[in-house]
Design a protein around this ligand. Structure first.
Ligand SMILES: NC(=O)c1ccc[n+]([C@@H]2O[C@H](COP(=O)([O-])OP(=O)(O)OC[C@H]3O[C@@H](n4cnc5c(N)ncnc54)[C@H](O)[C@@H]3O)[C@@H](O)[C@H]2O)c1
Length: 469
């Protein structure tokens, strides 16, 4: 979450008096202390662990996510280290290789080379699959056959059949396989789940959950970037929203039986390309000044979202322009090969009668997830950082709110602390051979993917679709 999004989130929460007080305490660098009668506990696990030995990791895909999880080993030395890497991008391959002192013979180009090299014995205890969506399946199937325990980024695969194959392979091989559903590990969601499980709101009646994606994030990832096209990556409901579906399924703890969904690609399409706009912003667009999606402003002037350009440190404006021109990110947002809808509205029905209204919005001024869980005894309502529990009978309310980044160890852990918490729990699972240390195994998370496929089928056919669990 960037600073602007954080400010918007806190503005939303500042409307709640006790939350504002809690935030004041947080800014003073002291985690807020709940009043004695606050039934919302602070189940924030310490991030640090001690493993019985230093676990070794082979990373396939040393891009953004491939660097997120190994950061745990740098923060808590002795727990894990990266000993092999594969990336078709030589800059990223060597960046990781140099960072971890990996010898040349363990730096591979394609992930298949790394997996072949391990044929007579694995190269490491753990395989970290942080490749693009369309390669997860192949890498994970092969990796399990070779005896790797692994952490696979979400979405696990591109089709329903592939997801089922992965689960079958995991059961056959008995490997420990964690999935990158990092929100399950973020203290905010852990605290909400704990409130639900302790019965504070009674039985869940319904959930309303909205994911707002900042418009620049949308343009970067879902119009110009890696997830722009459902056939190249996965449909939006999986590539972006499998996190949301997963949280919803996890909260309810029952099967989803039916899904119906609406949503269209209506804005980032050729029809809306302004008169005279060239196919690339870098070719002298007359609308550059007023276009919020000017790639020159985003990447060169503001230097935001620059990771996929691999800019050299302290790059000059000319160097950035050169990088931009050579990348797909210079394209006019109305002249891309994208097919993802800009809004998604899904209605889900669960076997216990709970109904869920889920929506996704791509043209938001902020990035935020908003959740309301209504139960027979009370309601939980939150905006991603803090949430409020209101008791139905008395109208009394209590707030859970903490800046997780202020909790020692959690500094720099993305997704509300979930990124490194997942790595922590995954290492515990591998070290102790106990997959129950994880909440997001293939077994636990496959259903949210199946809900996503049902939503997409419904969106495309206009029919209500049964979730085939
Ligand atoms: N859990 C989350 O919240 C979260 C957030 C963002 C992305 N993701 C998922 O993580 C995955 C990776 O995303 P990212 O943002 O790190 O992307 P990225 O493009 O930064 O990283 C992917 C890397 O894979 C490399 N690669 C591509 N083909 C390869 C091959 N054949 N062999 C070896 N390396 C290859 C690329 O060069 C790149 O460096 C995606 O599936 C994405 O959906 C998850």
């Amino acid at each position: 979450m960037n600073r602007r999004e954080f400010m918007m989130n806190t503005a939303f929460l500042a409307a709640m008096p006790t939350v504002a007080a809690a935030q004041q305490a947080a800014t003073a660098n002291k985690p807020p202390v709940p009043p004695d009668d606050n039934p919302l506990r602070y189940p924030v696990k310490p991030l640090a662990i001690k493993t019985s030995r230093e676990l070794t990791v082979a990373v396939v895909g040393a891009g953004s996510r491939g660097n997120v999880y190994p950061a745990y080993g740098k923060k808590f030395p002795g727990t894990m280290k990266v000993v092999a890497v594969a990336d078709i991008n030589p800059y990223r391959r060597d960046r990781m290789g140099d960072q971890w002192g990996i010898p040349a013979e363990r730096r591979f180009n394609d992930y298949r080379d790394l997996l072949k090299a391990g044929e007579n014995g694995k190269l490491a205890d753990i395989l970290l699959v942080t490749l693009p969506d369309h390669l997860h399946y192949d890498a994970a199937m092969k990796g399990m056959d070779q005896g790797y325990d692994m952490l696979v980024e979400k979405p696990m695969a591109q089709t329903e059949k592939e997801c089922r194959d992965l689960l079958a392979k995991q059961r056959e091989t008995g490997r420990i396989v964690g999935l990158g559903h990092v929100l399950r590990y973020a203290p905010y969601y852990v605290a909400m789940k704990s409130a639900i499980d302790r019965g504070l709101i009674g039985e869940i009646m319904s959930i309303q959950h909205t994911e707002l994606v900042d418009k620049i994030h949308t343009s970067h990832s879902y119009v110009r970037g890696n997830w722009r096209n459902s056939k190249i990556a996965t449909p939006m409901i999986l590539s972006k929203c499998c996190h949301d579906l997963d949280i919803i399924r996890w909260f309810i703890g029952k099967r989803c039986t039916h899904a119906s969904a609406e949503g269209e690609q209506r804005y980032f399409i050729a029809k809306n390309r302004p008169e005279g706009a060239p196919a690339r912003c870098t070719d002298g667009c007359p609308h550059e000044k007023n276009c919020p999606y000017s790639s020159i402003r985003i990447y060169v002037k503001n230097r935001s979202w620059t990771a996929p350009l691999d800019p050299p440190p302290n790059a000059t404006e000319e160097q950035m322009m050169e990088k931009l021109r050579a990348s797909p990110y210079c394209r006019c947002v109305f002249a891309c090969d994208n097919d993802q809808p800009e809004q998604y509205a899904a209605a889900l029905r669960f076997e216990n009668g709970v109904s869920v209204a889920f929506s996704y919005e791509a043209l938001s001024p902020v990035g935020q997830r908003r959740t309301r869980v209504i139960g027979t005894k009370g309601m939980l309502e939150g905006g991603g950082i803090g949430f409020r529990f209101t008791e139905l009978a008395t109208g009394k309310y209590w707030d859970w709110n903490m800046k997780v980044q202020d909790v020692p160890g959690y500094e720099l852990s993305g997704h509300g602390g979930g990124d490194l918490r997942l790595m922590r729990d995954f290492l515990v699972a591998v070290d102790t051979r106990d997959p129950s240390a994880l909440t997001s195994t293939l077994e636990a998370s496959i259903e949210s993917h199946l809900i996503g496929f049902a939503c997409e089928e419904s969106r495309l056919t206009g029919r209500k679709v049964a979730v085939r669990v």
